[in-house]
Design a protein around this ligand. Sequence first.
Ligand code: MG
Length: 247
Amino acid sequence: MQLQRSVIICAAIIANTNLFAQKDPPTTEIWKPEVKVVTPGKTNADAPSDAIILFNGTSASGWQHANGDEAKWTVADNALTVKPGTGAIQTKQKFGDCQLHIEWRIDKNVKGENQDRGNSGVFLMGRYELQVLDNYNNINKTYVNGQAGSMYKQTPPLVNVCKAPGEWQTYDIVFTAPRFSDNGSVVIPAHITVIQNGVLVQNNTTIWGNTEYIGSPFYEKHDAKEPLMLQDHSHLTSFRNIWIREL
Ligand code: MG
């Protein structure tokens, strides 16, 4: 009986303590650690102070071909342009979770249709492709999960916000890498949010596996960090102002 009464008293004290705590504003305030200060750029396109600059307009020294050769793409007029036939290029540094800003431009004299029109791509971790293609005003017909702003052969963009060939466009990307178990199974799939030209086109979209041209996507276990890759699809597509923040 004595024990039972003690338990009841203790429970009442805890309940009262919680009640007091709930009425005390500081109990739900987090003061430490302070949030790191980052100086923003003059516009959202300018790299903030903690970004890693991957292409500043003059040097592609942070890039190489998959076989380790020097990047052979053309650096001119502040842009990095695909040199058709030389192959994809990838960053020397590897990245996992990240915020990526990249600007791209379809050649103003672009020709061709469907997937054969200004095609390139931003491959997160070298394997998850955010498509680059000319889809200005829905003139170039293609499958919607293969148009610009799509996660290729997976998820179409929410809207088509493409600019005309010859104009610079922006992708601002938030990417969360997949998590794998020791046996290689996927614990959490990758996710991606993409803002194209200031407009949301992928909203925390689940990525279902490696980008596959034929067949369904599937995951293959890989490292927590992998190179960022840009695609050579034999078209004169350009990139500039590429910066990344590791998360
Ligand atoms: Mg592509």
